[in-house]
Design a protein around this ligand. Structure first.
Ligand code: FAD
Length: 416
């Protein structure tokens, strides 16, 4: 069933009785060519591209909860490709290009909104760092503009330009960055994969990985044993737990990241804007609520809720950037579990078992990567070869010392 203006019209005239469920609710089969653990954005996108690009449709996505219950439905929806390092930049730009055609591609309204992402700078040193980043982006064919204070003031006049501690000097703008409705991405990929024959099996937790002679033969689940030719892990915040089922110890720590939504306001923020003197980012949803967040909570946890100290920290940073926020009521907050890698960059790679593949380490930036991650992971699974933009995301880089330390902050998750 394709969605179109005509189908809305016809269903509107016939009591909306013609709509079908967006994806099936199949019983698990005994064996699949590929089993993907995790029905988040990355797992579903991987299944979609396996079927669409590589002709492998005998695939199951196993989700312990419901589709969209993980980080894909919990993030602050920001997409961008403003990366500095060559290991990252082409990959995130591939993702941006895929976002740009995604809705047509999977025939689903994901509300891709390229409203711009503006990173503020507050000192000469930070301006120089952003200049370098902007130049690196342009060298990779990515759009970047360095704005001075006057240009930022024209865009966002309500920012605190003369804050005594953090005066705003300007910003680095990527106009093609923006926001995408997060759960629609999960639904769109789920529907697209299902329509190509992929089984999406919800309420099906993987509890063990069965191995024989150095190969995975299948997974034990709460709905019984499911055999597979290849097993792909895309469990985000639970990556360490799932990988441990195959005796893999990952260079990953799990931390909580919180997000917040305010009461609905008239439109006043027309882009994504981030504070350069602390960790704070905000955009305004189409319903009028401000959607914002800050740093991860600094302790390890698998709980999808955060602590009050971080709430206070986020509120302080927000108020230092936009004083008017002190008058705004927070409506909701929630947390998600971040798979923080030791250099802040992801892993898309084989493992020591021939037919076990790993997609993890997305930290707090994996939503924007969803299309490229799915595409590159599908490429790896189908061809047993890394896609060219994802070659640097090797698991053994931590052992070999080839870190992709985008922020140059060192190997501590609580710093990046
Ligand atoms: C508050 C917050 C704000 C964020 N903001 C942004 C942002 O603005 N921009 C951005 O780019 N990124 C952002 N992120 C990060 C981004 O959401 C994640 O990096 C990305 O969604 C992770 O990939 P995923 O969608 O596949 O994860 P998930 O949706 O978490 O998918 C993993 C799935 O695996 C399932 N699973 C786990 N264990 C098992 C098991 N044993 N068996 C079966 N299933 C299992 C889970 O239930 C889950 O559904 C944010 C994250 C949070 C929490």
């Amino acid at each position: 069933m394709r969605y179109s203006a005509l189908s809305i019209l016809l269903n509107g005239l016939t009591g909306n009785r013609g709509w079908r469920a967006a994806w099936r609710d199949p019983q698990p089969k005994a064996h699949y060519d590929v089993v993907i653990v995790g029905g988040g954005g990355h797992g579903l996108a991987t299944a979609y591209y396996l079927a669409r690009e590589f002709g492998i449709a005998n695939v199951a996505v196993l989700e312990k909860n419901y589709v969209g219950s993980g980080n894909v439905g919990r993030n602050t929806t920001i997409i961008r490709s403003n990366y500095l390092l060559p290991g990252n930049n082409p990959f995130y730009e591939l993702s941006m290009k895929l976002w740009e055609g995604l809705e047509r591609d999977f025939n689903f309204n994901a509300m891709v909104s390229q409203r711009g992402v503006l990173n503020l700078y507050h000192s000469d040193a930070q301006r120089d760092a952003y200049t370098r980043r902007g130049n690196a982006m342009r060298l990779h064919g990515v759009d970047a503009e360095l704005l001075d204070r006057a240009a930022v003031r024209e865009m966002l006049p309500f920012l605190d330009f003369d804050n005594a501690r953090f005066p705003i000097q300007g910003g680095l703008l990527q106009r093609r960055g923006g926001t995408v409705r997060h759960d629609a991405v999960a639904w769109g990929y789920a529907r697209g994969a299902d329509s190509r024959g992929v089984d999406i099996i919800q309420n099906c937790e993987v509890t063990a990985i069965r191995r024989e002679n150095g190969r995975v033969t299948g997974v034990e689940t709460t709905r019984g044993f499911i055999g597979c030719g290849k097993l792909a892990l895309a469990a985000a915040g639970n990556s360490s737990n799932v990988a441990a089922m195959a005796d893999l110890r990952l260079p990953i720590e799990s931390h909580v990241l919180q997000a917040f939504v305010s009461e609905g306001l008239k439109p006043f923020i027309n882009c994504v804007v981030t504070f350069g003197a602390g960790h704070f980012y905000v955009s305004q949803s189409d319903k009028g609520g401000l959607v914002f967040g800050g740093d991860i909570d600094g302790y390890n946890s698998y709980a999808q809720r955060g602590n009050l100290a971080t709430v206070e920290h986020v509120a302080e940073a927000g108020k230092a950037m936009i004083p008017a926020l002190s008058r705004v009521r927070f409506l909701r907050s929630w947390g998600g579990i971040m798979d923080m890698s030791m250099d802040g960059s992801p892993i898309i790679d084989h493992t020591y078992l021939d037919n076990l593949y790993l997609n993890a380490g997305w930290c707090y930036g994996g939503f924007k990567a969803t299309p490229a991650s799915g595409y590159c992971f599908a490429h790896l699974i189908a061809r047993d070869q890394a896609q060219e933009t994802a070659r640097a995301f090797r698991l053994d880089r931590f052992e070999r010392g080839f870190l992709i330390d985008e922020k140059g902050m060192g190997a501590q998750p609580n710093l990046h």
